[in-house]
Design a protein around this ligand. Structure first.
Ligand code: B3K
Ligand code: ZN
Length: 879
């Protein structure tokens, strides 16, 4: 069936063509008789006509299923079966559907539907995996209660909802909450539980478990704490309580993404839930806390209120990302979190939004929905909610959310429903704001300023567009009027040639020449293509701090002098903009080094040094300050400034700069290292993680001076994975890692997740000229299990992160990736398609590289039986 499906022309689905399903489902009963090669699935489903959608053909989705028997109201039937599903005549009115199908979990390498991972049965149904389990209307707007019986000799048998009954070789589960099929889950395996419990605000006891393979029990405690914190936080901040007697999490080694929010039975990629100080880094701990929270928060935003269709994906994902960000900001440092979010959006979402894969937060068409689980839907989707939050304020936001939960509990909802609750709760008209959901592309905001001291007649009249009347009053008593004029422009994106102005909240503060803040953060609402805002009552020309806290996902284009940026680096009270001033100076300095052969900007390094020496600033923040722009970011900046980026020149410049920093701060580094010392048992909390981040940044610079001596010392003494990895990375970069790499491998050979780090690090930290050879060496390693998505991503994903190594002029980086993607596509289309996005920045580079990327993509496209997933991605990139 797979071949038939691949051979047929991929169909495009359109948002505009949404029609409800012709039947409603009252109740679903499933029985699974598990067997690796031949699992039998028995389904008994009550259908009733949907009065809102009469006169439809009865069609059930179904792929890669062998139908054994089907019956309607007890009478056997012979339906018409296609590569996509099943069609048959049905009676008018209600009827009972029965079907028995056979599936082969052990042959399921795509990891969608029911599959096997290390002998454990597990499922992944979002977005359209349930159709590989049984014939069903596999769409999110068909919601039903499920009763599931599992028959197997395996000791642990789990499904959604509450346990109902169990006996020798069987277990039954009942989920009382109507849900779409994509939230169905089943797990069966030889697993052990890490148990705990939680009492909800209204006093209900919930049994909690994290199920893992024997041997992993010692890596569950942190995930469990994160779960309990999330449950409490959702009660306190959103008033949302948990609604079943049990909440189970299962860790699985073979998983295409991070985790999945199945009702009452979350399934996690083991890398996103298992952690111990010895095996996981601080970064892993923080990510685990965020993902556990994210999946838990889906219980309300996604499960109780789900999406009408897959175009509305951002309704649950954007909102749930926004919620998990709020949670992390509350648990850790809010400014650090905001900087990390902005870095992520600039590094991942902006390139997507400005390239051939650009699509609206709510896409209007797709061939394969799995290709739209993107940074745009998730991260820009969260930014859109963050802007709404800013515009309506905390109180308005909470009122709107309460209304959303009241009005839509149990619904399959739309973005229109979401915006309507904001309109109804706050009285605001969101017609223009809604463009954030339909217009793709990153708006560019340019800024010009005008100062009128008020001492003489106004000479020029620069203010055009809508200027706000008497101006925004500031805390001084001067006569000066300061005008900021903004223009917004969004370049054409695929399928959208012209763009209308969007509502852009621009958070602004003003500083006077002493560095004192004369206007605290004020949100300007830009709604026109060009618009001015006047600030009155100033004693002297201020320095503006614009887009504070990254108040909108836009590119801010403003000609700012080095002096002004340095002033903001020294004085801005907004931690985000202070960091951003340094980042911009670093970017400009590197660009000048690359294009003019200039030396590093001394004034910036002086300013940065003052920040680093300021021990009132939190260590995590100073560590972020020490990191520079990524090479890919520099390539984008050069491209935007009309210079074709040369990856080797970018690499050389970043190396030179790091070397200069190391030499310049030879005295400062030991002082920072001493400040960053942790004198307490390991804990992955914000304070300790910040200190280790700072000491890691110091070690990276020190290793440039001492040939890796300090790194070797840290490696030998390390008692946790954060320090071990920092040291190993520094040694690899210093070219001194031979012994440490062997020791690490010997120590961790049996820990899959740690070995992923070993594989990934060698590629990511390899000198660009060695990256491809390192990939070739590692892919020949006996433990390179390329069918495991984590291992595949560790090696191939790290190659794409090694900017100059991947973009080698001879195209060897592109070729090795294309070869592996061609191979993987037969087995796992979803992971293959996702990795094709490494080519999305193609148009930035020179003709030679572009031609080589096109050739590599052409080879992928020409592969016989290429999956719909990969074919859609490659053709979008090539268009
Ligand atoms: N909802 C899942 C993602 C499913 C991806 C399907 N290709 C995880 C999450 O966002 O929480
Ligand atoms: Zn999610």
């Amino acid at each position: 069936m797979k071949d038939a499906a691949a051979a047929s022309q991929p169909e495009t689905v359109y948002l505009a063509e949404y029609t409800p399903f012709g039947w409603q489902i009252e109740d679903v009963h499933l029985t699974f008789r598990l067997s690796p090669g031949a699992t039998r699935v028995f389904a008994r489903i009550q259908f009733a006509p949907n009065p809102d959608a009469p006169d439809q053909d009865f069609f059930l989705d179904g792929e890669e299923l062998t139908l054994i028997r089907a019956a309607i109201d007890g009478t056997e039937i012979t339906p018409e079966i296609t590569a996509k599903g099943l069609r048959c005549a049905v009676p008018e009115g209600r009827f009972q559907w029965e079907a028995e199908v056979e599936i082969a979990p052990d042959a399921n390498t795509a990891l969608e539907g029911l599959y096997l991972s290390n002998g454990m049965f597990c499922t992944q149904c979002e977005a359209q995996g349930f159709r590989k389990i049984t014939f069903y209307p596999d769409r999110p707007d068909v919601m039903a209660t499920f009763t599931v019986r599992i028959e197997s000799d395996l000791p642990v048998l789990l499904s959604n909802g509450n346990p109902k009954a169990s006996g020798d070789g069987w277990a039954e589960w009942h989920d009382p909450w109507p849900k779409p099929a994509y939230l169905f889950a089943l797990v069966a395996g030889d697993l052990v539980a890490h148990p705990d419990s939680f009492t909800t605000a209204s006093g209900k006891d919930v049994a909690l478990n994290i199920y893992v393979r024997p041997g992993d029990e010692d890596k569950c405690a942190f995930g469990m704490e994160a779960l309990k914190k999330s449950m409490r936080w959702d009660e306190e901040v959103y008033g949302r309580e948990y609604d079943l007697d049990v909440f189970n999490i299962v860790a699985v080694d073979d998983f295409n993404m991070g985790a999945m929010e199945n009702k009452g039975l979350n399934i996690f990629n083991s890398s996103c839930v298992l952690a111990s100080p010895e095996t996981a880094t601080d970064g892993n701990f923080e990510r685990i806390e965020a993902i556990v929270a994210h999946e838990y928060f889906h219980n309300w935003t996604g499960n109780r209120i789900t999406c009408r269709d897959w175009f509305q994906l951002c309704l649950k994902e954007g909102l749930t990302v926004f919620r998990d960000r709020q949670f992390t900001a509350d648990m850790r440092s809010a400014p650090v979190k905001r900087i990390e979010d902005a870095m992520m959006i600039r590094a991942r979402q902006f390139p997507e939004d400005q390239g051939p894969l650009s699509h609206p937060v709510r896409p209007e068409s797709f061939q394969e929905i799995n290709n739209f689980y993107t940074a745009t839907v998730y991260e820009k989707g969260a930014e859109v909610i963050s802007m709404l939050h800013l515009l309506v304020g905390e109180e308005g936001y909470r009122k709107a959310c309460d209304l959303y939960f009241d009005r839509h509990d149990g619904d399959a909802a739309t973005i229109e429903d979401w915006l309507k609750v904001f309109e109804d709760a706050t009285g605001r008209d969101l017609t223009q704001f809604k463009r954030w959901y339909s217009q793709s592309g990153t708006p560019r905001v340019t800024v010009s300023e005008h100062w009128d001291s008020g001492d003489g007649p106004e000479r020029d009249a620069p203010v055009t567009g809508a200027a706000s009347g008497d101006g925004i009053a500031v805390s001084e008593e001067g006569h000066g009027r300061y005008t900021l004029t903004f223009t917004q422009e969004t370049r054409p994106t695929p399928g959208q040639d012209s763009k209308a102005p969007q509502v852009i909240p621009i958070a602004v503060g003003l500083l006077n020449p002493n560095g004192d803040e004369v206007l605290p953060t004020t949100v300007l609402e830009m709604t026109e293509a060009k618009q001015s805002f006047v600030f009155a009552g100033l004693a002297a020309k201020p320095t503006p701090s614009i887009l504070r806290g990254f108040s909108a996902p836009v590119v801010l284009d403003r000609d700012v002098s080095r002096e002004e940026r340095a002033f903001l680096l020294a004085h801005d009270t907004d931690p985000f903009n202070r960091w951003d001033a340094s980042r911009a100076l670093a970017r400009d300095s590197l660009v000048a080094m690359i294009t003019e052969g200039a030396g590093p900007d001394e004034a910036w390094l002086d300013g940065l040094e003052r920040v680093l020496r300021d021990d009132r600033l939190d260590a995590a923040y100073r560590a972020l300050m020490m990191g520079g722009p990524t090479q890919s970011e520099l390539a984008q900046v050069l491209y935007e400034r009309g210079v074709t980026p040369d990856p080797d020149a970018i690499w050389d410049a970043t190396e030179t700069l790091r070397q200069v920093m190391a030499e310049r701060w030879v005295d400062l580094l030991p002082r920072l290292a001493a400040e960053a010392k942790v004198d307490a048992p390991y804990a992955p909390d914000a304070a300790q993680c910040g200190k280790r981040a700072l000491s890691g940044a110091v070690l990276a610079l020190q290793s440039r001076l001492d040939g890796g001596a300090a790194a070797q010392k840290q490696y030998d003494a390390a008692t946790n994975m954060t320090e071990q990895m920092q040291a190993l990375t520094a040694l690899v970069r210093a070219g001194k890692a031979g012994d440490a790499l062997s020791a690490f491998e010997a120590q961790w050979r049996h820990e899959r997740l740690v070995m992923d780090k070993w594989f990934g690090l060698q590629v990511a930290a390899a000198p660009p000229a060695d990256a491809v050879a390192t990939v070739q060496r590692l892919t020949a390693h006996a433990d390179f299990d390329w069918k495991n998505p984590n291992r595949f991503r560790a090696v191939m994903g790290s190659l794409t992160m090694n900017h100059a190594g991947f973009h080698r002029a001879d195209g060897a980086g592109y070729d090795v990736l294309a070869d592996w993607l061609i191979k993987l596509d037969d087995l796992n289309p979803q992971t293959t398609a996702r990795m094709c996005s490494a080519f999305q920045t193609l148009s930035r580079y020179d003709a030679g590289r572009q031609e080589k990327m096109r050739a590599a993509l052409g080879r992928i496209m020409a592969k016989d039986g290429l999956s719909r997933d990969t074919s859609e991605m490659v053709s979008r990139i090539l268009s």
